[in-house]
Design a protein around this ligand. Structure first.
Ligand SMILES: *[C@@H]1O[C@H](CO)[C@@H](O)[C@H](O)[C@H]1NC(C)=O
Ligand SMILES: *[C@@H]1O[C@H](CO)[C@@H](O)[C@H](O)[C@H]1NC(C)=O
Ligand SMILES: *[C@@H]1O[C@H](CO)[C@@H](O)[C@H](O)[C@H]1NC(C)=O
Ligand SMILES: *[C@@H]1O[C@H](CO)[C@@H](O)[C@H](O)[C@H]1NC(C)=O
Ligand SMILES: *[C@@H]1O[C@H](CO)[C@@H](O)[C@H](O)[C@H]1NC(C)=O
Ligand SMILES: *[C@@H]1O[C@H](CO)[C@@H](O)[C@H](O)[C@H]1NC(C)=O
Ligand SMILES: *[C@@H]1O[C@H](CO)[C@@H](O)[C@H](O)[C@H]1NC(C)=O
Ligand SMILES: *[C@@H]1O[C@H](CO)[C@@H](O)[C@H](O)[C@H]1NC(C)=O
Length: 464
């Protein structure tokens, strides 16, 4: 029953770090950790050692050498064919970009193949990328991918470039289910008629959506605000669906992909430079939280507890999002806080997952999770299988008395350093490379996803 209720309540809002129009709240002074040394004389030694441990000199061997050389042609044993869909399923939707999302004007976000506008203040490879736009970037990346083929007969994978997430969010307010579902239903009918679908009953086919599974899983019993029924249609069960959040219990054919962050490098040199910079960062905050409080719902109790603990700790930096303009909507401010923190709290909000997880890992900040479904049951293709190697898990739901700060201070220095190295090592895998580049020289989200998918599909199709 809880799951059903949960499903009903989940709707990802327009902005990771807030609800609507935002305002500045408390931005704790960056110098604050100095006061902490005086205030907490008992934890002085630990904290001192902490700072010592993370001084740049201690890192003898910064990240280097794990990037492969650029593949000029396809070096993998798979190929991907893009179905040539009528443009009403993708590009035509973009023409109406101002009504793609009931909360926000998507026009600035669909530019540059979904990267959004350049964020020049942070460098040439930075963009104000919207959190729910992965389907556009994916499409562009596959279009330019060295393993893309025009020879359908020989292709391992079949990509259906339907901008289903953008379409779903444009219909959230449509009360007539038939109308709301129409385009998705048409697509499923269209694709089933294709020769290449019939060959393997769609088992080598996949779709990619930049929104959560909950937006496509309306059932007849549970009327859900906004959602359509695409992922509950039976032909769709035959293919693989990649989404930024999978349904943890029912998403047997769903695979989690990282939310896009702001960094979209074209070369491995840029990537390595960023990784090196992150491993040398002076991290003056023990932990931080960037986000907004949620009101009313039972599931957000944990979020409120986490925010309260952060506010009450002088070791925690909080960048709070409210109504009105706020620093938490400036990517630079968000990344800056994360770059200066050892741990970043990733507590669930509108849904289990957060774009913030990927922003923080990009900034070399170790994620702290409060639910297994924020990452562990989501991004298995992209993250180490042992969660303790890169993250911290705190079961606040089981025991409300746990003090986050105490738990984090308990972690030995060398373990913190090990976790951070893993986080930084995994940045390329969690990054969407610039789609215009074909020889960026590292394996990004799309490379990893296609490889994992092809292994999955070849296992599925293997005659038994
Ligand atoms: C298509 O591929 C199969 C092997 O997968 C091959 O037997 C067949 O001849 C190919 N057909 C054409 C028209 O190329
Ligand atoms: C691709 O298909 C052609 C015929 O259409 C065939 O001659 C060729 O061997 C195939 N290539 C691979 C890698 O299977
Ligand atoms: C919903 O839309 C369909 C198609 O336009 C129409 O046939 C049907 O009568 C509508 N249903 C309701 C309840 O308005
Ligand atoms: C889905 O796959 C099953 C076999 O696994 C097949 O019988 C069925 O026809 C497929 N559905 C569609 C719509 O292709
Ligand atoms: C890395 O740090 C150096 C020195 O602070 C800076 O000049 C450079 O722009 C940084 N590189 C990136 C990719 O941020
Ligand atoms: C809950 O956490 C507190 C603080 O860490 C601890 O003292 C207490 O023993 C825990 N209770 C349970 C039931 O685990
Ligand atoms: C990528 O390439 C396309 C086509 O050449 C071009 O129109 C677009 O401006 C480029 N995008 C960026 C961000 O450089
Ligand atoms: C590619 O190679 C891997 C082993 O490296 C294998 O498991 C997989 O089945 C191969 N995929 C295809 C499509 O041949």
């Amino acid at each position: 029953m809880w799951r059903k209720n949960h499903l009903k309540a989940i709707r990802k809002e327009r902005d990771e770090y807030g609800l609507g129009k935002k305002q500045v709240t408390s931005l704790i002074d960056i110098q604050l950790h100095l006061k902490v040394l005086v205030l907490f004389s008992t934890s002085f030694m630990i904290w001192f050692l902490f700072l010592l441990g993370f001084s740049p000199k201690r890192i003898s061997n910064p990240i280097r050498g794990f990037l492969s050389t650029p593949p000029a042609e396809c070096k993998d044993n798979f190929s991907v064919y893009i179905h040539n869909l009528p443009s009403k399923y993708n590009f035509d939707l973009l023409r109406d970009c101002s009504s793609l999302n009931i909360y926000t004007d998507m026009c600035p976000h669909v530019t540059n193949n979904g990267l959004g506008n350049p964020l020049l203040e942070m460098g040439s490879s930075w963009f104000t990328t919207h959190q729910l736009i992965a389907e556009l970037i994916f499409h562009a990346r596959i279009q330019n991918h060295p393993c893309r083929t025009d020879d359908a007969n020989n292709s391992t994978l079949f990509y259906i470039p339907f901008y289903g997430g953008l379409h779903a969010s444009s219909k959230f307010r449509e009360p007539n289910y038939t109308v709301r579902d129409a385009l998705a239903v048409e697509l499923v009918e269209y694709i089933q008629e294709k020769k290449w679908w019939k060959r393997n009953s769609g088992r080598d086919h996949f779709m990619v959506f930049g929104r959560t599974a909950w937006d496509f899983m309306r059932t007849d019993e549970v009327p859900d605000f906004g959602a359509n029924k695409l992922l509950n249609m039976s032909p769709v069960q035959n293919m693989s669906v990649l989404l930024v959040e999978r349904h943890p219990w029912e998403g047997h054919n769903q695979y989690g992909i990282p939310y896009p962050s702001y960094f979209h490098p074209s070369t491995s040199a840029e990537m390595v430079e960023w990784q090196n910079n992150m491993s040398y960062m002076d991290r003056s905050h023990l932990f931080s939280f960037v986000g907004a409080p949620r009101t009313g719902k039972k599931k957000v109790v944990t979020r409120d507890r986490v925010i309260k603990q952060c506010e009450e700790s002088s070791n925690c930096m909080i960048l709070k999002c409210g109504h009105g303009p706020s620093k938490c909507h400036k990517p630079r401010e968000v990344v800056k806080v994360m770059m200066r923190s050892n741990f970043c709290l990733q507590v669930l909000g509108d849904s289990y997952t957060r774009r913030s997880t990927f922003d923080s890992m990009l900034a070399g900040c170790i994620p702290v999770f409060f639910s297994k479904h924020t990452a562990y049951s989501q991004y298995q293709w992209f993250l180490p299988s042992d969660p303790t190697t890169y993250s911290v898990y705190i079961d606040l739901e089981r025991n409300h008395s746990i003090k986050i700060e105490e738990e984090l201070l308990k972690i030995p220095m060398d373990e913190v350093e090990r976790k951070r190295r893993t986080v930084i090592e995994f940045i390329p895998t969690l990054t969407y490379a610039h789609p215009n580049s074909t020889s960026y020289g590292f394996k990004d989200v799309v490379d990893v996803a296609l490889k994992a998918l092809s292994n999955h599909v070849s296992a599925l199709l293997k005659p038994s």
